[in-house]
Write a new protein. Structure first.
Length: 73
């Protein structure tokens, strides 16, 4: 389990981990941008990269995968 979670996180940049944690909390791109003091476009770019690295197509899939891998944010 631990190795699986570490391998899961190793795919992501530190910023992508933060974005995933916010997505898992149900925050929108606009809310994430406001909390991190970055543009909404930057958040969209991170989300796109995150989805590609995880092989998912939606926020819901990303959240499920994160929970399955034990990622708590």
């Amino acid at each position: 389990w631990r190795a699986s979670a570490e391998a899961f996180l190793a795919r992501l940049s530190p910023r992508e981990r933060v974005i995933l944690a916010h997505i898992a909390k149900g925050l929108s791109n606009a809310e994430i941008a406001a909390q991190l003091a970055i543009s909404e476009k930057t958040v969209r770019n991170h989300v796109s990269s995150l989805f590609e690295k995880l092989g998912v197509n939606s926020r819901a899939q990303a959240i499920v995968l994160a929970h399955e891998k034990g990622f708590a944010g």
